[in-house]
Design a protein around this ligand. Structure first.
Ligand SMILES: [Zn+2]
Ligand SMILES: [Zn+2]
Length: 268
């Protein structure tokens, strides 16, 4: 596979509380790697979700824009196309998406929580098929809104489950089919590989919590599009060993990899 990793759309900044780097620092790193396009996608403020060190604070929203504008200027001087984004969860009782899309170029869907019995449950803590089905249905509803141009780490729902059953995997097949139909790429998330390697927990792809080989075998069967992204939480991660490993995994699994994210899903 020819590696054409010259575009990147999933990165986080100092403002979420668990990442490093300002948008302009990512531009500087992108220049080093001859990138053509760069998008910054901080974790969106969400009033209902736990805020501590996990996402942009509402009060920093304008500051985020200032930093994005500064980065965009610098990017254009260096012939890099720069996009302003957010990574965000979808809940049908939350009406922030069109508001954000008025300000931004794109939203990527990172469903880190589901809503069940008036409670939010972390996707990192699922145990049951029932939770996976709620996750599946939430993601399907989200993709149909047209607000999102990428589905981040679609297989994150298996994070806490060592050996998901066939039924659990198959529960996600409709997500893959819908993504294909709507031409929305599924993300093969390099941060899952990065974390596993840095924590010294993994020697083989088959042992990684996400991306899961078995899930991406289904993606290959369905022929849905896949985009590899860093999910960078510091600038050095923009184009590192985990990106290379991700392309290896994609090649092993014969995935239909794309490189450029469409910015025009949502029609105002
Ligand atoms: Zn993060
Ligand atoms: Zn992310």
């Amino acid at each position: 596979m020819i590696k054409k990793h010259i575009n990147s759309y999933h990165s986080h900044t100092i403002l979420c509380g668990h990442a490093g780097g300002r948008p302009i620092d990512y531009v500087k790193e992108a220049i080093k790697h001859n990138f053509k396009e760069l998008g910054i996608s901080e974790h969106a403020p969400m009033a209902n979700l736990r805020n501590k060190n996990s996402r942009l604070h509402e009060k920093d929203y304008q500051k985020y824009f200032k930093l994005l504008d500064e980065a965009k200027k610098f990017a254009s001087l260096n012939n890099i196309k720069f996009y302003k984004g957010l990574e965000i969860e979808y809940f049908n009782h939350t009406k922030v998406y069109e508001h954000y899309l008025n300000d931004l170029d794109y939203l990527i869907l990172g469903q880190h929580y589901i809503y069940k019995d008036n409670k939010y449950i972390s996707t990192f803590k699922f145990n049951t098929l029932e939770e996976i089905i709620i996750y599946r249905d939430t993601v399907i509803e989200a993709l149909k809104t047209g607000y999102f141009n990428m589905l981040c780490h679609p297989d994150l729902c298996f994070f806490n489950i060592d050996n998901p059953t066939d039924e659990m995997y198959e529960a996600l097949r409709p997500v893959i089919k819908l993504a294909k139909k709507l031409d929305i790429p599924l993300e093969l998330n390099a941060n899952g590989i990065r974390r596993a390697v840095l924590e010294g927990k993994v020697t083989e792809f088959s042992n990684i919590k996400y991306p899961r080989v078995k899930f991406f075998e289904m993606v290959a069967e369905e022929g849905a599009k896949v985009i590899i992204s860093s999910d960078a939480h510091n600038v050095a991660a923009l184009n590192d060993f985990a990106i290379l490993e991700s392309y290896k995994m994609a090649e092993d699994l014969n995935l239909n990899v794309i490189y450029k994210l469409k910015m025009n899903y949502f029609k105002k």
